[in-house]
Unconditional design. Structure first.
Length: 224
């Protein structure tokens, strides 16, 4: 299975951000905008795309998607672009059992702890900027930042996946899939078609209550 490491850069501002909203509310909001995406296929070169059609054309069939916040990236892929992938991988979920209470599970903290490289800060300069607001130089710097995130994520995956139980990868995939691609299965039969007469079941009337016990009278004794 091909592994595609991915990282989206999206619009945010001081009020509209993942720090103040749920993932679902953020993605489904009218203010949502993708600025670009960086994609790495297996251990190949990481490329930046601003055109989503061009980006998705390079995705292999039946590939697994790897990200550091895959719950976000997978939801963007499925909810916004209807891209259904074979397997969801997430380095943040892999790191939590060991690092959530120590170094933390941000990409910056884990990259520093594992000596993989340094995460950039260009995202801080993009607050409140729509894609149309970036100069060519700023967009180029943002692309470099995003590409670096993908490279760090892939290096982190290579480190964390050594000895990582395949059964736990399945759990991560299933957990992410329940959020990204929720499905409800009902055990009850399907409802009848409109105007279909409903079956009538005759229920016997309730039995009459039993008669009250006969009235009793106190026994009178006659004094001799």
């Amino acid at each position: 299975m091909d592994i595609v490491t991915i990282d989206f850069e999206t619009y945010y501002d001081r009020e509209y951000s993942l720090s103040k909203m749920t993932t679902e509310a953020y993605i489904r909001d009218d203010r949502f905008e993708v600025i670009g995406v960086a994609i790495k296929i297996n251990d190949g070169k990481t490329c930046w795309y601003e055109n989503m059609d061009e980006a998705f054309n390079v995705l292999p069939m039946n590939c697994g998607v790897l990200g550091h916040i895959t719950v976000l990236y997978g939801s963007i892929l499925w909810w916004k672009y209807r891209k259904e992938l074979k397997f969801w991988l997430d380095t943040m979920s892999m790191a939590r059992p060991k690092h959530s209470m120590t170094t933390g599970c941000s990409l910056s903290a884990l990259s520093k702890y594992c000596k993989l490289g340094t995460k950039g800060t260009e995202v801080l300069d993009s607050i409140g900027k729509r894609k149309a607001d970036f100069t060519p130089q700023e967009l180029k710097a943002y692309a470099k930042y995003c590409i670096n995130d993908v490279e760090l994520t892939y290096k982190l995956w290579k480190k964390l996946s050594k000895g990582f139980p395949p059964s736990e990868l399945m759990v991560i995939d299933q957990t992410l899939r329940m959020f990204i691609e929720p499905v409800i299965e009902l055990d009850t039969p399907a409802p009848p078609e409109p105007n279909t007469p409903l079956p009538v079941t005759l229920v016997p009337t309730a039995l009459a209550p039993p008669p009250p016990p006969p009235e009793t009278h106190p026994t009178h004794f006659v004094k001799p």
